[in-house]
Structures are given as C-alpha cells and as structure tokens.
Design a binder for this molecule. Structure first.
Ligand code: ATP
Ligand code: MG
Length: 394
C-alpha cells in the first residue's frame, strides 16, 4: 500500500493573517532539511503538509522532520481510494500491523470532501467495525483508548493512520519567522540549552565563542563546534564566530583586582558579542545564565554585566535549576558533548574569591586602567568565522 507522511503544524498561528508566510517558511525549512533525499515530493493542503518519499527513506525523513520547529506532529499514513470498502481494508492492513490483542482503540473520522456519501460518524463506525472483526482481541474504548485510529476523507484521497505511527514534533515557530539572535556559546551545559529555547521560537542563531589559545586547546574548540553542529540540526545553519580572548584575559589578570576578574571579563564578552551581533543584523544576545548558579550570576553581578549592552540580553534558563537544564540538554542531544572534560576560557582564569555583591561603580573604576577600546578592536579584528551545518565534520 502506498504510504505518505502527514505533517501537522500549530493551530494558533493559523488564526492570524500570517498563515501563508508561516507555511511558506516551514516548507522551505522542510525542503532544506530533506535536500539529501532523492524523490521527495512535498505538497500542502487543508493545513497539512504531505510528504512522499522512496519507501526506504521514510524512517530517516521522519526523524529529520521531528527536529523542525513549527511542526506539532509527524504521522505515517496509508493512502487509499475514497470509498469505504478501500478505507476499511486499508485500516486493517496498515494500522492493523501495529495493533495487538488486548489493546483498546477508538476510531475518529473526518470528511473534508462533503460529497462522500457517509458522514464522519458512519465512517468511524465502519472502519472501527472492520478492525474489530479482523484483529483478534481488540477492544473498543471511546473514553480512554490506548490507540487512536484516524480515517480521513480528503480532497485528493483517503488516509488511515494511528497514534502508533505518530511522533510528536517540537512545536515552536518555524526558523526564520522570528529574526536573528546571537548566542554566547561556551562549552558548558547551559548555553546550548539557552540557544535551543530561543531558536524554538523561530529565531535564527549566530554563535560567539571566546577562545583563549593556548590556555584552551583545539579539543575545546572542536567541542564548541560540535555543540553548534548539534544546534544546527534544528536551525539548519549557524555562523560561529570564534573570538581570540587570550590578550584580554591576560591584561585583566595582570592589571585588575583578582576578585573582579570574572566580571570584567564577562563585560568584555558582552560588549564584543554586541558588536558582532550588530554587524550581522542580529537583534539580541542569548546567554545560559541562571540566577545564583555561580558568583557572576547573582542579580548584582548580572546587573554589572548587563549594563554594557544596549540590545536585549535573553536568558531563557534564568529561572531553571541545574537539573532541569541538564534534562533539557539530554533531550536536545547536547549533554554528552557538554560534559566532555575540555577546559573553557573561564575555568582557566577563575579567581579564588570572586565578588558576589559587586557595585557597578567599583568595577568601572578598576577596569578603567585597561585600554578597553583597543583591546576590543583587536579581538573583533581577529574573529574567525566557521559556518556550521548539520553535516559539518568536526
Ligand atoms: P555554560 O554551562 O553555558 O558554560 P556556566 O554555568 O558555565 O554556563 P558561566 O561560565 O558563568 O556559566 O557563563 C555564563 C554564560 O556566559 C554562558 O552560559 C555563556 O552564555 C556565556 N559564556 C561563558 N563562557 C563563554 C565562552 N568561552 N564563550 C562564549 N560564551 C561564554
Ligand atoms: Mg561555562
């Protein structure tokens, strides 16, 4: 039997007048994610995207679709003629292959082609009856079914599928509908999760990493590239800007009080990231900060780092506990890479007793000994761009 993939997308967005824009961008993203597969046919009708593949690619195609923001569900469906006998047979053959004795099921039908002679209740009864009669031990349960079977008569054909052939999508908004933001991407657990959360709202990502060669190794850099690569599976491409940070860190270490080191360093990071963001038409910064997690993330410290930026700084994990962030990191696939042991530029220059209640005026005074503008200019001049795609080989 012919099989097709049915992709459903968010209902809320459909209410506005922006539906065509949303659909066009979602289809473009699907095409881009599936460009490695030959003979893929994509069409759209009645708030559903239909995808035909060469049968052997279907599993892999579904897996890719499961990473595209804006998609709510991905179902494999059997396709048949628009007559009730074909639909009954298709349900038994296609949905029946996963149905087992003891399962409780319910059929829901939909008839968007109103010329079809049976109404949706009659379709559901006919298909339900066929399943019940042909598969031993199935039980009907309209209140709490284990499996929901759908039978739909649409304009072009009829479709049968069940929740056993469905994967949940990630929801969110299609990448490219929400502008662009720049993620401060360290090698840690938190920042990749922060980037994912903002990207999920349709925002394209650039990333910035501060790198302190030779205090941090090539392995540490590869780890950051790999994290960007994993994130690019969701957003298709990430421009990763690697900023040489050694000179700034050495200057701070040599000329500023040890307890202010981290905060001054973080102010440099934010300023440089903002310059890079503005240069590349990115409207906000994203960090993985969470209140109270470390000394530089108390509210007083956040105030000190935030004050160097004019554009919004988004901190989506700000109220999350570490174990909640870890859970998200596992779910999006970045955790195993984040916990690889390579050092980060911050860990190399960490003071023993950082201030937790800094005053902005004190920090501004102690950092004033540095030639801030020249240091920033040199760092920005030395930026290396790495274009990271899902198939980038680190
Ligand atoms: P993470 O787990 O994301 O590394 P963290 O808990 O280690 O975060 P910090 O080291 O204080 O926290 O960094 C706070 C945030 O600053 C990070 O989430 C990240 O957004 C940014 N950041 C830290 N180090 C770097 C770096 N080397 N390059 C780019 N951004 C960085
Ligand atoms: Mg870190």
């Amino acid at each position: 039997m012919k099989e097709i993939i049915l992709v459903k997308y968010g209902e809320i967005i459909l209410k506005g007048g922006n539906r065509p824009v949303f659909e066009r961008i979602l289809i473009k993203n699907i095409k881009s994610a599936l460009k490695g597969f030959s003979d893929v046919k994509i069409s759209i009708a009645q708030a559903t995207i239909y995808i035909e593949t060469r049968g052997e690619d279907t599993d892999e195609v579904c897996e890719k679709l499961g990473k595209i923001f804006g998609i709510v569900s991905v179902s494999r469906a059997g396709v048949c003629e628009k007559d009730i006998e074909s639909m009954k047979a298709a349900a038994v053959e296609y949905c029946g292959r996963n149905l087992k004795a003891g399962m409780r099921f319910k059929v829901e039908a939909k008839r968007s082609d109103k010329r079809f002679p049976l109404n949706s209740i009659e379709i559901a009864q006919a298909v339900g009856g066929a399943l019940h009669d042909n598969i031993d031990g199935l039980k009907v349960d309209v209140h709490k079914p284990d499996v929901l079977v759908r039978a739909e008569v649409r304009d072009n054909a009829a479709y049968v599928y069940s929740t056993l052939d469905k994967i949940n999508g990630r929801g969110g908004m299609p990448t490219g509908t929400g502008g662009r933001a720049t993620l401060l991407l360290s090698g840690g657990i938190d920042s990749p999760v922060a980037g994912y959360m903002i990207a999920k709202r349709g925002v394209e990502l650039d990333a910035v990493n501060f790198f302190s060669y030779p205090y941090t190794s090539d392995r540490a850099k590869e780890k950051v590239i790999e994290l960007a690569r994993i994130l690019s599976e969701y957003v298709s491409k990430i421009n990763l800007y690697i900023v040489p940070f050694t000179e700034i860190q050495l200057e701070i270490r040599d000329k500023c009080p040890e307890e202010h080191m981290t905060l001054i360093m973080r102010r440099f990071m934010m300023k440089i990231s903002e310059i890079i963001a503005k240069k590349h038409k990115s409207a906000a910064l994203i960090t993985g900060e969470s209140v109270g997690q470390v000394a530089s993330q108390t509210l007083a410290a956040l105030n000190v780092t935030n004050s160097v930026c004019q554009i919004p700084v988004l901190r989506p994990v700000i109220g999350m506990d570490k174990d909640e962030i870890v859970e998200r990191a596992r779910e999006i696939g970045t955790f195993e890479t984040s916990i690889l042991p390579y050092e980060d530029c911050c860990t190399v220059f960490t003071p023993k007793h950082p201030t937790t209640q800094p005053k902005l005026a004190d920090i501004e005074k102690t950092e004033a000994v540095l030639d801030i503008d020249t240091l920033i200019e040199k760092a920005v001049d030395g930026v290396e761009l790495i274009e990271v795609y899902p198939d980038y080989e680190v």
